[in-house]
Design a protein around this ligand. Structure first.
Ligand code: ADP
Length: 601
């Protein structure tokens, strides 16, 4: 039995780490004490030792016999403690061995409390120690974590700096790339501008080159028609006249379109009378309307202001195109030009222009395409009606320039209405502040006007040769044509081949007016006119037969194939009084001559 308990106890002790630890702690805090554990059978268990109760007893006896030690016991695993060596009832015995101490400490309750407290303290210390270690570990871990954290922050900062650096680099690259591209664009722009300048110069020259021979063809076929001709010759000449007139229209159209596309066409706003414009367009088509048995008329809102500011020539070109088409695609029908007031304020009026016809109409699927250049409603149009498909392209571009849009309503076999709405400022300037009167004689080769030149011309009423003209022109064919036209209009004409020769002639002879070509060798028309004005303003004028003793300056009319606005302006700037474009339109020349006559130069 005993040995069984002993084994169990031994097993328990062996298995109980805490108990072993207790030994160690106790040895540490009270090195002078011995902790012994006793089993029921008297077996003694000490730190790292295990002996049987007999040995233990012998030890105790020896100690007791030595009389130098007192030992007491404390029951650690039970509720009570009992002094003495009878140990069978106890499971554990604490033996305190203090040299020279005679007191029976086993009975001392305070000592027992000290034991207990010491053990608790030892346990607490151990816990404290463990907690400290744990704390250290935690601190170390915290340190690791915090240094990792710092490391991460550092890393991040580093990355941030790197990114910043890269961004700076990128921004720099971007900047230089933008600068490079801007430079390239500027260069491209400059070369585009140069190209566009070249294009517009080319256009101006083209227009000059094309109009000069047209001038001769139209002018001479007109003159030829006024001579005695065999019927066949007359027919041929009329055909030449008609063909060249329509060629001129085409050339003007192509040049207009090219100018619009090059962005070179500028509007030239000036005061004009809306009623005059519409009457004028109606008059141009009157005979054609009669021929086609069309009723052509206009309706003008009576509340419209009389005088407006706009580019009258371009507005006329638009209306001529629309009415021309209406006439072309209508027979025995009605054509109405209608102008309504949409709204009005003190400064401007919004107008709706509409040209309505009761002609063949345009199928819905073609209504958009016909505004494209060189496009007609159907393939057979050219064969049946002629035309190039440029008119509406130009018309809609011109209306766009005036900040409007051409609209179309059309029903096949019922008719069409082309309309657009634009703003025009009112002419509120006082009367008499208009452009120079001569500006009105600048022609631009319209269908109606050309027909007037080519046709058998009005009755000749200007037989008296009462005006003497100096024609300054380098081109021989033009010299001949202009002098012939002038002669027909009752003028005497001398010719000078350039500006210098003209000045020499003016010194010697009296002239009523000068027709001055612009482009000439040696001295051009602008320079010659400037020189004339200079002489007139000085005492030198007395040396010039044509300039001396006049109460008005010599009337100088520019004559040029350049029909652009700036050409006109340059003529006036050089000191000219008027401006005629080539090909010379006979009626315009006669108007001019009449004006000069009435001016009593
Ligand atoms: P063109 O008359 O020289 O052919 P446009 O650009 O003026 O060129 O017109 C293009 C086409 O639009 C015409 O060929 C015709 O088919 C159609 N068109 C224009 N106006 C009318 C109209 N009033 N009635 C019927 N068709 C029209």
């Amino acid at each position: 039995m005993n040995s069984l308990i002993d084994d169990v106890f031994a097993e328990f002790v062996d298995g109980d780490e805490e108990l072993r630890a207790l030994h160690a702690i106790f040895a540490e805090i009270l090195p002078e004490a011995t902790l012994a554990l006793y089993g029921d059978n008297g077996a003694f268990v000490g730190p790292n030792q295990r002996r049987h109760s007999a040995d233990i007893l012998a030890t105790f006896q020896e100690q007791t016999t030595g009389g130098r030690a007192t030992f007491s016991s404390i029951r650690l695993l039970g509720n009570q403690w009992v002094h003495g060596i009878r140990i069978d009832e106890y499971q554990a015995l604490l033996v305190l061995q203090v040299e020279g101490l005679n007191e029976d400490l086993g009975r001392n309750e305070r000592l027992a409390a000290l034991y207990r407290n010491s053990i608790k303290l030892a346990l607490l210390r151990r816990q404290y120690q463990e907690a400290r270690i744990e704390n250290e570990q935690l601190t170390r871990r915290m340190h690791v974590v915090s240094s990792k954290h710092t490391q991460l922050l550092d890393d991040n900062h580093q990355q941030f700096l790197l990114i910043q650096e890269k961004e700076k680099e990128y921004a720099k690259k971007l900047e230089s790339e933008i600068a490079r591209q801007t430079r390239q664009l500027r260069e491209a722009n400059a070369s585009l501008e140069a190209a566009s300048r070249l294009k517009s110069e080319f256009l101006a020259n083209m227009s000059h080159e094309l109009r000069t021979p047209m001038n001769a063809i139209i002018g001479f076929s007109g003159l030829l028609l006024e001579t005695e001709l065999a019927p066949e010759q007359r027919e041929f000449t009329e055909t030449i006249g008609r063909a060249s007139a329509s060629l001129l229209v085409l050339i003007n159209d192509i040049l207009d379109l090219a100018k619009i596309e090059a962005g070179k066409l500028e509007l030239d706003p000036a005061p004009f009378q809306l009623t005059d414009l519409v009457k004028n367009v109606e008059a141009m088509f009157r005979s054609q309307a009669l021929r086609k048995e069309n009723k052509l008329y206009y309706q003008l809102d009576p509340a419209l202001p009389a005088s407006l500011i706009g580019d009258e020539n371009r507005l006329r070109q638009i209306l001529v195109n629309l009415v021309g088409n209406a006439m072309k695609f209508t027979s025995r029908g009605d054509i109405v030009i209608k102008i309504d007031r949409v709204q009005e304020d003190e400064q401007a009026v919004q107008l709706r222009f509409a040209v309505h016809d009761t002609g063949i109409g345009i199928p819905p699927d073609r209504q958009q395409a016909i505004f494209e250049k060189f496009t007609q409603a159907d393939g057979s149009t050219t064969r049946r009606f002629g035309g190039t498909g440029l008119g509406l392209a130009i018309t809609s571009q011109l209306v766009n320039l005036m900040k409007g849009t051409v609209e179309l309503e059309s029903v096949v076999d019922k008719g069409s209405t082309f309309s657009f709405v634009i703003f025009l400022p009112k002419d509120i300037a006082p009367a008499g502040s208009l452009l120079p009167q001569a500006a009105a004689v600048a022609g631009s080769g319209k269908v109606g006007e050309m027909a007037a030149t080519v046709g058998p011309g009005p009755e000749e009423t200007l037989a008296r040769a009462d005006l003497k003209v100096l024609v300054v022109e380098d081109n021989l064919v033009n010299q001949r044509l202009v002098t012939l036209l002038l002669k027909k209009a009752g003028c005497l004409a001398d010719v000078a081949a350039d500006g210098l020769l003209a000045l020499a002639m003016l010194k010697e002879h009296h002239y009523d007016f000068v027709l001055m070509d612009v482009q000439m060798p040696n001295m051009d028309g602008h320079a010659a006119t400037r020189r004339i004005r200079e002489i007139e303003a000085s005492a030198e004028r007395e040396e010039y037969a044509a300039l001396a003793g006049r109460d008005k300056p010599l009337y100088v009319v520019g004559l040029t194939a350049h029909a652009r606005k700036e050409d006109e302006r340059q003529c006036y700037e050089a000191g000219m009084d008027g401006f005629l474009t080539k090909p010379i339109i006979k009626d315009k020349l006669i108007d001019l001559i009449e004006k000069i006559r009435s001016r009593k130069v």
